[in-house]
Write a protein that binds this ligand. Structure first.
Ligand SMILES: *Cc1c(COP(=O)(O)O)cnc(C)c1O
Length: 459
């Protein structure tokens, strides 16, 4: 709310931090670009909202037709510090002129080491930690599993229902949802075991009971002695911003520790200040053996990491970890600036401010519209689940209708959830209270409309 007119780092025209719709959505230039794209980009790569973006700053996306959207997706939790924030753009630009690439496994550079130091400092746990940097979240998951297997000498990988871990071969096997991520893409990696999770809205179980169910399942279907690791998202992302019941995750961690199973927190979506802590693990008192980061770690430059206990990380033999672009100097320089910006701009507090503004508004929506069956999340990682209030039967059509209505009104919203019936809010931490209120008013309107239509069609 403070600075509605914010300048971009490159000194180009400032982007007013307001929504503005000047054409139909998508506009004519976006539709033209979409035609070109259909000829050369495969159908497997889809776009939630085919408006083509020309510029972005703070919490605003500007498309090629001059429409401005308040961005509640942040590229799925990537531009957490805000779009094109000045110190990050500057650090990356300076690095571009210094050195673009050497390959850390040939001739190393300081920026990689600095990111590793920052991750050691900011991930939970007060012990010696080491980090390997890679290019993507899925690659971080793959490396976490490799390291856990080498360390334990075991093969089994445990994951949870509603999990999402990526689109590579191993991670496809680790996801809950086959369609669209895995359908037709097999054969898949073996030795992956998926256990029931904690999903309070649907299972009604206490943390202790849900943990008992998960642990019993793993003990009976695999056996701890064959498990290298358990990979959990502290708050499940694609699965629908599912916050587990109190005590669930600590019980899983305790069981892992007691049984020599490496406890891996996939913080790719929940990490990097999004929830008002550097890592969501902190909210649950977890001290994971390994923490996976990606998405928000470099504000849009491709970077990911596996950070963990030095003795586990050192299990891999020299040459066993790495890759051509992993820990690229420009991405690493941007990441250092992200860490600094989180401190300097007090972004952990901003995430809590966003929760303080948005959550009560979502609870009001729930009071008003029974279809808003659950409100959940922490910090700037909030969601509503749309379902029949009695039966909990998912209502994905309502989510689609809301997203379309919002887009037409200059608000970018994303769905989530195994049944695509969750509306998730993961704005950049630059989003203002006023922008939040505008977005919720539009959602309120859309739910009202949708409910009206639903009534009409059933009459
Ligand atoms: C996005 C995501 C991944 C995969 O990251 P990519 O960079 O897309 O490979 C893995 N785990 C979680 C929790 C994610 O949200």
């Amino acid at each position: 709310m403070t600075n509605t007119l914010d300048t971009t780092a490159t000194g180009s025209e400032p982007i007013e931090q307001t929504r503005r719709v000047v054409t139909e959505i998508p506009g004519p230039r976006s539709r033209e670009l979409h035609e070109r794209r259909l000829a050369v980009v495969p159908k497997g790569v889809s776009s939630a909202l085919p408006v083509y973006i020309e510029k972005a700053h703070g919490a605003i996306l500007v498309d090629v037709d001059g429409n401005q959207f308040i961005d509640f997706g942040a590229g799925i939790g990537v531009t957490t510090v805000g779009h094109t924030v000045e110190p990050v753009v500057q650090a990356a630009a300076e690095q571009l002129g210094d050195v673009l690439h050497t390959l850390f496994t040939i001739t190393p550079y300081e920026e990689y080491v600095r990111v590793a130091e920052l991750l050691a400092e900011h991930t939970p746990g007060d012990f010696a930690k080491k980090t390997v940097l890679v290019n993507s979240g899925a690659e971080a998951v793959e490396n976490g599993v490799k390291i856990a297997r080498k360390h334990t000498g075991r093969n089994g990988v445990a994951v949870l229902d509603h999990a999402y871990h990526g689109r590579t071969n191993l991670t496809m096997a680790m996801n809950y949802k086959a369609s669209p991520y895995a359908t037709g893409f097999g054969p898949f990696a073996g030795d992956v075991y998926r256990a029931p999770n904690s999903y309070p809205f649907h299972d009604g179980l206490s943390g202790a009971d849900a943990a008992k169910r998960t642990i019993t399942y793993l003990e009976k279907t695999v056996g701890a002695e064959d498990l290298a690791c358990l990979v959990v998202e502290p708050i499940q992302g694609e699965g629908g911003f599912i916050v587990p019941a109190d005590g669930y995750l600590p019980a899983l961690q305790e069981w892992c520790t007691a049984n020599g199973v490496v406890f891996i927190a996939d913080e790719i979506q929940s990490g990097m200040a999004r929830t008002g802590a550097y890592f969501a693990s902190e909210h649950f008192g977890l001290v994971p053996d390994l923490v996976l980061s990606a998405k928000g770690i470099a504000a849009g430059l491709p970077l990911a990491g596996v950070t963990g206990r030095a003795e586990i990380m050192d299990a891999a033999q020299p040459g066993g970890l790495g890759g051509t672009f992993g820990g690229n100097p420009v991405a690493a320089a941007a990441s250092i600036a992200v860490f600094e910006h989180i401190e300097q701009a007090g972004l952990l507090a901003e995430a809590r401010r966003i929760e303080g503004t948005l959550k009560p508004l979502l609870l009001e929506l729930q009071q008003k519209h029974p279809i808003v069956a659950d409100v959940r999340g922490i910090g700037a990682m909030l969601a509503i689940e749309l379902a029949d209030p009695e039966t909990h039967e998912p209502d994905g059509a309502a989510v689609t209708a809301i997203i379309q209505h919002a887009a037409k009104n200059g608000v970018l919203l994303l769905s989530a959830g195994t049944y695509a019936n969750v509306l998730r809010f993961l704005p950049s931490l630059a989003v203002t209270d006023e922008q939040i209120r505008e977005a919720v008013a539009i959602i309120d309107e859309a739910i009202g409309d949708h409910a009206g239509k639903a009534v009409l069609t059933t009459v």
